[in-house]
Design a protein around this ligand. Structure first.
Ligand SMILES: NC(=O)c1ccc[n+]([C@@H]2O[C@H](COP(=O)([O-])OP(=O)(O)OC[C@H]3O[C@@H](n4cnc5c(N)ncnc54)[C@H](OP(=O)(O)O)[C@@H]3O)[C@@H](O)[C@H]2O)c1
Length: 234
């Protein structure tokens, strides 16, 4: 069976990716910052290898790549990401024009942009050794410049717009490898990040994103897909 690596597998969409791939019999490499604290992940049954990886720490990514040795990876899913906590009703958003601060912004860039970059660079040989050759980064429609009519969310939006641009460069630089580098919008999903008002269940969003990844080929490299499969504008 194929192998998938999922980052940020302790909860939310990452945990759901692990559940679904494991249930289908895939070998799953589930990475998280703190394996000892990932109780829900530890309970998932299947061929799951839990590995420590903090996408904010480049040495932690390099150490993971070294531990994986010559393991081939079919689907690499850069899922780990952060935003700021949602403000209570009636309070201004922490990423509004007036409240955005440099420290939080830079941390979001390190985790949402540099994390995926270093993971891809470290694990490229593993994906080249795989059969499917898909590298998907979970971005957001909030990173679409064309779709931004509402404004705000400066840090999160720019981190996701940047990871979208990174994906275009990766697709161009590595065209000869046959790897499909794509970005995915999961929809607005009921996770810690998405909150309880989100319309989509993680099960639904992840099933859809898996379907997109199953269908993509090298010809789709450098494209931005909604979880429902249609292309989104940059
Ligand atoms: N939910 C939505 O509506 C929505 C919409 C658009 C895009 N997204 C994107 O979807 C992805 C998953 O989001 P989610 O909703 O599942 O969020 P979530 O429930 O907040 O889970 C985030 C995951 O990322 C991990 N993470 C955070 N910082 C990390 C770091 N430095 N290194 C490694 N892992 C780290 C967390 O690990 P810990 O448990 O260790 O903190 C957790 O496993 C993110 O990239 C997010 O931007 C979500």
């Amino acid at each position: 069976m194929p192998t998938v690596l999922v980052s940020g597998a302790s909860r939310g969409l990452g945990l759901e990716f692990v559940r679904q791939y494991a249930a289908d019999g895939w070998s799953v490499i589930a990475t998280c910052r703190n394996p000892d604290g990932a109780g829900a992940l530890a309970k998932v049954k299947g061929r799951i290898r839990i590995e420590s990886m903090d996408s904010e720490e480049e040495p932690s990514i390099a150490a993971l790549a070294a531990r994986l040795g010559d393991t081939a990876i079919d689907h690499l899913i850069n899922n780990a990401g952060i935003s700021s906590p949602r403000p209570p009703a009636g309070q201004p958003h922490p990423q509004s024009f007036g409240l955005t601060n440099s420290e939080d912004w830079l941390r979001m860039m390190r985790i949402n942009l540099l994390g995926p970059f270093h993971v891809i660079r470290a694990l490229l040989p593993h994906v080249q050794a795989g059969q499917r050759k898909v590298i998907a980064t979970v971005s957001s429609r909030l990173g679409s410049i064309a779709l931004n009519k509402e404004g705000g969310m400066y840090a999160y939006r720019t981190s996701k717009a940047a990871v979208n641009m990174m994906t275009k460069s990766l697709a161009a630089d590595h065209k000869a490898t046959g790897i499909a580098f794509i970005v995915l919008h999961p929809g607005w999903v009921r996770t810690d990040m998405g909150g309880t008002l989100a319309p989509l269940a993680p099960e639904h969003s992840v099933a859809n994103m898996r379907h997109v990844m199953d269908r993509v080929t090298a010809a789709d490299s450098g494209h931005f897909f909604n979880h429902t499969g249609e292309e989104l504008p940059w």
